[in-house]
Design a binder for this molecule. Structure first.
Ligand code: UN1
Length: 478
């Protein structure tokens, strides 16, 4: 397997994929590790994650730079991704003392009911190129405090990021001393490696981030063996801008969310739904900002837009733009740039595409910096457009009118897992539950109570009386 940098298309490394036999052994080792790890008290498990957070802090610069080299992110976003790992470690350490169960009122005298959370088992983590480290950390920091072992199958485009994270984990492990070996392992390979995790009954939870197409295969396959899945799939995130919006804020919020990471976040803004009365002004201002964006080597200071990950990604972008044109779209930008300097890399001018209606192409997720613009008259129309896509990840409204923003956040407003006011659709903090519904897959990762996916629940009924009353008043006199 050769690993290329999206910056210039140059080869960074050659790797040998693991064989299926090696993969199967790795799963067995993870299963053994879990059996020991689950008996370590949760706060003591938290100590390992605290050390991991320290080691990540120590290597923040180097890891951030590796993300830029292998995934093409600008320096600040590479570092931001490492910060996201540090943040989730801090969160998980606190959580290690807060894996609370419940006490439930029993209907029977002399009885007590409770709910206990136990470690689940081996967690298989499948990640995409665009967050080549953070998604592993969201899963792993939680899985470790929850008492699970992790096997990670990173994207074939970003295995070096995975090996670096594993090396940092090993450092934390060396300082921890007490835990079993093989709590975290990396599997290098393609589709078959992912399939092994998906089909192996020793993998209790498969947490998969990627396309809806991938999730459509993974979900039913894991379900067939009654395993658990956590799916983080496509997004088609919209920003609604109303006549009551602060347009300065909206321009900045939309530009970062639509152009940041070259439009390759699952949370990237892909649709702008703007009120007719402000649409001309807003679109004009966005075009001006787009025209001035510094596109180029992501490691260079001042660059805001790095490369697309590869040629296939560039081609998918052009296909979407052609389709949008055929469906009546007016395209500005979207062309390849810097071809002379980087003949084997794919830099593009971000595109703004004004559409008359929400066509099939608009309703699809294209992993590139394309912003479709749709216009509306009534907020109800805007909300209907926002929700009328198969995906349900992230959404936002820009407005200073309480009625509008509350309507957007209400049950009849946005149907997404993430709904924001006066900020863009991307760049979520780790403290909240991250994920979305519909074709986004329904999984929630990271903060809030997402930890529950990594544990199993037991309901316990304890009788401390000398009688044996049956529930529901049933009589069974012997
Ligand atoms: C992803 O694109 O897969 O909210 C994750 C964000 C980041 C995570 C994105 N915190 O944009």
């Amino acid at each position: 397997m050769s690993v290329r940098s999206p910056i210039d298309g140059g080869i960074l490394a050659h790797l040998r994929p693991h064989s299926s036999e090696e993969l199967s052994k790795a799963i067995a080792r993870a299963h053994d590790a879990w059996q020991v790890w689950r008996t370590v008290p949760a706060p003591a498990r938290g100590e390992l994650v605290r050390l991991l957070g320290q080691e990540l802090r120590a290597e923040k610069q180097a890891l951030g730079q590796l993300i830029s080299l292998e995934a093409g992110k600008i320096t600040s976003e590479g570092l931001g991704e490492v910060q996201e790992m540090i943040d989730i470690c801090d969160f998980a350490v606190g959580l290690s003392r807060q894996l609370y169960g419940l006490t439930i009122a029993s209907e029977r005298p002399g009885h007590r009911m409770l709910e206990t959370w136990h470690p689940l088992g081996v967690v298989g983590v499948i990640t995409a190129f665009n967050f080549p480290m953070a998604v592993w950390a969201w899963n792993t920091a939680l899985a470790l405090v929850c008492g699970d072992a992790v096997i990670w199958k990173p994207s074939e485009k970003t295995p070096l990021c995975a090996l670096a994270c594993q090396a940092v984990f090993e450092r934390a492990m060396a300082r921890y001393e007490a835990g079993p070996a093989h709590l975290s392992q990396v599997l290098i390979g393609g589709r078959e490696a992912g399939e092994l995790l998906v089909d192996d009954p020793r993998v209790a939870l498969v947490s998969a981030t990627g396309s809806t197409r991938m999730g459509r295969e993974v979900g039913p396959r894991v379900a067939r063996r009654f395993g658990r899945v956590l799916l983080e799939l496509g997004g088609n995130n919209a920003v609604i801008v109303t006549p009551n919006a602060d347009l300065d804020l909206a321009v900045r919020g939309i530009a970062f969310a639509a152009v940041g990471t070259a439009g390759q976040r699952c949370t990237s803004t892909r649709r702008l739904i703007v009120h007719r009365s402000v649409s001309e002004q807003l679109v004009e201002r966005l075009k001006q900002v787009y025209g001035k964006l510094r596109i180029g080597n992501p490691l260079q200071e001042g660059t805001l837009l790095g490369p697309l990950v590869d040629r296939a990604s560039f081609e998918a972008m052009q296909t979407a733009l052609d389709a949008a044109r055929a469906q009546g779209g007016r395209v500005s930008g979207g062309e390849r740039v810097l071809e002379d300097e980087f003949a084997s890399a794919y830099y593009v001018r971000p595109a703004i595409v004004e559409m008359d209606s929400q066509t099939d192409t608009v309703r699809q997720e294209t992993f590139a910096p394309i912003l479709y613009v749709l216009r509306y008259e009534d907020l109800s129309e805007a909300l209907a457009l926002q929700n009328d896509v198969p995906q349900g990840l992230s959404s936002a409204i820009f407005s200073n009118d309480l009625r509008e923003t509350e309507e957007f956040l209400s049950v009849s407003g946005s149907d997404c897992g993430i709904a924001n006011v006066n900020i863009g659709t991307s760049g979520a903090e780790i403290g909240g539950a991250f994920g979305g519904d519909k074709e986004t897959g329904g999984g929630r990762e990271s903060g809030s109570d997402a930890w529950r996916a990594y544990m199993r629940r037991a309901t316990n009924t304890i009788n401390y009386s000398r009688e044996l009353p049956l529930a529901q008043g049933v009589k069974f006199d012997l």
